[in-house]
Design a protein around this ligand. Structure first.
Ligand code: GLU
Length: 365
């Protein structure tokens, strides 16, 4: 038996597979979701991340195949999003619950000011007993301008992480994580609890998709990693299971549970969530040393890219984010050199390491 009785905040992610009935949205399904969410609101704050905008917009236009062109996806999302919200509003109104729409792009979360604005408005909504319903702002965010989450699994994990949720429930047509692809292997067995994302799990999490959905098991595993690292547990379960939200919160062993990792310190989370101002490449020895909780020294640096100041977050080998003690010009002057030479090159009063263990966060932790 699982225990979610102390769970204050729950993010429920609802995938396109669950929501669609042919080319339109399944109103009955949205009513079932609203009934379940309304039933748990007394004990938990619930936030919903809902897909389905692009699919609904496509349905309006009579398109039945997957929409791939960016401009068409944007147009479909702009048409479908209000239709989707209309369904939610109506369904929740039958339960006396009010809803709100929050549309996000990834730069909103990367910018500290807009992120704090978002937090404040979400806190206010939750305080008012309103259920916020999130989606990506697909009509303006595209990969091309670097502002897209790309899929709602990832979006839901960031939402859960940023608003300090305790539990993220990912509902889709996949009822659990399996040890092999269940569509091809009838002997595949579901995992009930996964405490570590091993390379084996990453390998078996193959891609899946329908005409409109973006995510598969791979994006779900990525979401699991983001959420768990922020101290949020994740349950992946079938959205079509009877009373699934209520039963999960009551502790029933549905789907796969990924327990939370210990919450990171505020500083670690700040490092992790900061957009790097520059990049460096370090050699294998240095990478091994910092993985073993040693400081990063200039002798292990091979190259420096970008313009950054000391105190900025930079990225090393696309693997570790760190707060650097040197700006890019200083770092270029001391790369490959021994720490004892730093004072001779840059003058006295400088630190003798680029970053200490507490200044670094591994992305693949
Ligand atoms: N944001 C997209 C939509 O509402 C869905 C993305 C996804 O399915 O992951 O249509």
């Amino acid at each position: 038996m699982r225990n979610f009785s102390q769970t204050a905040r729950v993010v429920v992610k609802i995938g396109t597979h669950c929501l669609s009935a042919g080319a339109t949205v399944d109103s009955g399904y949205i009513r079932a979701i609203s009934r379940q969410v309304a039933a748990v609101l007394e004990k938990h704050h619930v936030l919903i991340v809902s897909s389905g905008a692009i699919g609904m917009g496509a349905g309006e236009l009579g398109i039945t195949e997957r929409v791939t062109s960016i401009t068409m996806r944007q147009a479909c999302a702009a048409m479908g999003q209000p239709l989707l919200m209309q369904e939610y509003r109506q369904a929740f109104a039958e339960r006396g619950v009010k809803v709100a729409q929050v549309l996000l792009t990834s730069d909103v979360l990367a910018n500290r000011r807009s992120y704090l604005n978002l937090r404040n408005s979400v806190e206010t909504l939750l305080g008012l007993g309103v259920v916020p319903i999130f989606n990506e702002n697909d009509s303006i965010s595209t990969n091309e301008i670097g502002s897209a989450f790309g899929d709602n699994d990832t979006l839901s994990a960031y939402v859960a992480s940023k608003i300090d949720a305790d539990l993220l429930i990912i509902l889709s047509d996949i009822d659990a994580l399996y040890d092999a692809d269940p569509r091809r292997n009838p002997d595949a067995k579901p995992y009930r609890t996964v405490t570590e994302i091993t390379p084996q799990i990453e390998r078996t999490a193959g891609a899946a998709g329908s005409a409109f959905a973006v995510g598969g098991m791979e994006t779900k595993i990525r979401a699991v990693k983001i959420a768990r690292r922020a101290g949020c547990a994740v349950v992946i379960a079938s959205g079509r299971e009877e009373r699934v939200i209520e039963r999960i919160l009551e502790g029933e062993e549905l789907g796969t549970l990924f327990p939370a990792e210990p919450r990171m310190s505020a500083r670690e989370r700040w490092i992790l969530n900061s957009r790097p101002s520059g990049r460096i490449v370090i050699d294998k020895g240095a990478l091994k040393a910092i993985r073993a909780k040693k400081s990063l020294l200039p002798s292990g640096v091979l190259s420096v890219e970008g313009v950054f100041d000391h105190g900025d977050v930079i990225l090393a080998n696309d693997t570790v984010k760190l707060v650097t003690s040197f700006n890019n010009v200083e770092l270029e002057n001391i790369l490959g050199r021994h720490s004892s030479e730093i004072a001779g090159i840059l003058g006295s009063g400088k630190r003798d390491v680029i970053a200490r263990p507490e200044d670094m966060v591994f992305l693949d932790r």
